[in-house]
Write a new protein. Structure first.
Length: 579
């Protein structure tokens, strides 16, 4: 089943994927270098990997199957062992008598097909699939972890005894397997936190997924001492300290992903509670667009971060993604021409070429002390994890006045609420007006699962309720300008012809109806008019009114636009924006 260059050329031209000049140049390179023509076309981004596989499907007469959303029965999936499936990107997905259908990325890989035929004794029918299809199938090998977890406990719990020394217990195979299963299962489900909570008779495990806590499993109390000791050893914490809180970190590698775990131990009535924050160090840097910023708000932020000095403030409650926003901005600004220094508590992600300092109040290294020290390090851009007190605020403002770009966060509910918050901390209004470039308020909302979301139209009661909070006419106007809805529908203000979506629930989203999260924002640029109002000590309502006149969208309005796009639901927007 080999495809020669002329066959591939003919089919690629017929499909209109490339022109003759491009493919002739690629063939020439293939002859020179000995590389396969298909690989060269993908490298040069003339075709995508999936387009190439569909061409192979036509040429070879091998069926193309889409298994991106397919749930494969466990007994069929396991016919091809997981290590083979992962190494050669081939999975079994259907069996008819003695015929086994396998999906693969490279149908020319005869050796792997022969190997599976010999191993299984079945007739192998190869099919071509996409990378996402293989990815979906490989994840299903891991999904049996939860079921296997019960077997580990059942077989090994009696061997985990609190009478043994903690170090010995932590090194025993049952405890190691239990902790490994906990971590792997959390990574598989894209959890952001693992909560291990001891009760009087049992240990409850919960995962935070898309901002919501979910019960994962309940373990017998006998395993608690071993789990705590094992995590303390991984995190380099004191094994014999049970009365004081402890913080630590460790890293693991799984499937080419490098995951850091930030560990917090807290003594509670029934033992020690553990919370572990998962941080994917291998994840590609986010973009502001991927985080949910768009249109005018996105342009304002790009304008603000290009300025050589001033302050960029991000506000919102704990867990609203403020730090991620600042890291994304730093990633955009991180070039060899600038010196970026940060003072954080804690350092969430390690970033190359950025000098990150961890706050340590126990030895006197507070935000204000760290910020003073950073100013002697010739920085161009400074990131302060949070402005918590008057001293930090004053140093940050003066740094912004003396030629530095300062990024930081505050805890306020709205963008306009930042100004009175800074004044309450003791900042002079004229200094705020002259140093702050832009303020972003944000929340995180769950994204609807695209496989099971259900469409509906807003009823009169919900429209009336929303109309009290936001300008519905403005929403329609913005949506029409950005081609999200038909201009005639917007002009007629006919909400009955606009589809919204609500959560339903399916296997792919674990019956939640939601998968992943996106930000909703309000972005307030400090214009000349707003700067005058700040200097005159205008209250937050007046400042917000002016910002809205100048084109700012309220967080709820941004949310409704995203609901109109089908990204999230009205219920989810209302859940996170209620103060």
């Amino acid at each position: 089943m080999q495809v020669d260059n002329e066959q591939l050329k003919s089919f690629a031209l017929d499909a209109g994927l490339v022109d003759e000049q491009q493919i002739d140049a690629a063939i020439e390179e293939s002859v020179k270098t000995g590389k396969k023509l298909g690989d060269i076309l993908v490298e040069q981004k003339l075709v995508s990997g999936d387009q190439l596989r569909q061409l192979f499907s036509y040429i070879l007469g091998v069926p193309f199957v889409n298994i991106e959303k397919e749930t494969i029965p466990k007994d069929i999936l396991q016919i091809v062992p997981e290590p083979i499936a992962k190494k050669y990107k081939v999975v079994a997905f259907k069996k008819n008598g003695t015929e086994l259908k396998v999906a693969m990325l490279n149908p020319e890989d005869i050796q792997t097909i022969d190997f599976i035929r010999k191993k299984t004794g079945l007739k192998i029918s190869p099919c071509i699939t996409s990378e996402k299809g293989i990815e979906n199938a490989l994840k299903q090998y891991e999904q049996s972890l939860k079921a296997e977890f019960g077997d580990i406990i059942e077989k090994n719990a009696p061997g985990v005894s609190q009478d043994d020394s903690l170090e010995k217990v932590a090194q025993e195979l049952p405890v190691i397997r239990i902790v490994e299963a906990l971590l792997k299962h959390a990574i598989l489900q894209d959890a952001s936190d693992i909560h291990i909570e001891p009760d009087e008779k049992e240990v409850r495990i919960r995962y935070r997924i898309d901002g919501m806590l979910h019960d994962a499993m309940t373990l017998p109390k006998t395993v608690l001492a071993g789990i705590v000791a094992r995590i303390k050893i991984l995190s380099n914490l004191k094994l014999d300290e049970h009365r004081l809180p402890q913080d630590g970190r460790f890293k693991i590698e799984q499937d080419d992903r490098r995951i850091a775990f930030r560990v917090s131990m807290l003594p509670v009535y029934s033992g020690e509670k553990i919370v572990m924050r998962l941080l994917d160090e291998g994840s590609k840097g986010l973009t502001l667009e991927a985080m949910g910023l768009w249109g005018d708000a996105l342009e304002k932020i790009h304008r603000a971060i290009k300025r050589p000095n001033g302050m960029i403030l991000v506000t919102g409650p704990t867990g609203s993604g403020k730090t991620t926003t600042l890291y994304t901005v730093m990633d955009i600004l991180n070039t060899p021409k600038v010196n970026i220094s940060t003072v954080e508590d804690p350092i969430e992600y390690k970033m190359t070429r950025i000098n990150q300092t961890q706050v340590n109040p126990a030895i006197g290294l507070t935000f204000s002390q760290g910020l003073r020290a950073i100013l002697r390090q010739d920085p161009d851009i400074i990131m302060v994890g949070e402005i918590r007190d008057k001293e930090t605020m004053e140093i940050a403002i003066h740094s912004a006045m003396t030629g530095h770009l300062v990024l930081s966060t505050l805890h306020t509910n709205s963008a306009a609420g930042t100004v009175p918050r800074l004044i309450d901390m003791g900042a002079e209004p004229f200094l705020i007006a002259s140093t702050v470039n832009i303020v972003m308020a944000q929340r995180l909302v769950r994204k609807l699962c695209p496989d099971c979301r259900q469409s509906f139209t807003l009823d009169a009661e919900l429209l009336k309720s929303l109309g009290k909070e936001i300008d519905l006419g403005r929403i329609l106007s913005v949506a029409a300008q950005n081609n999200l809805i038909d201009k005639n529908i917007a002009a007629a203000k006919d909400w009955s012809k606009i589809n919204f979506f609500r959560a339903a629930g399916c296997e792919r989203c674990s019956q939640e109806g939601y998968k992943g999260r996106v930000g909703i924002y309000e972005v307030m640029e400090i214009s000349d008019e707003i700067a005058k109002m700040v200097s005159a000590r205008s209250d937050s309502n007046e400042i917000e009114k002016k910002a809205l006149e100048e084109g700012m969208m309220k967080m709820l309005e941004d949310g409704v636009v995203k609901a109109l796009q089908g990204t999230t639901s009205i219920e989810e927007i209302l859940r996170v924006t209620k103060d």
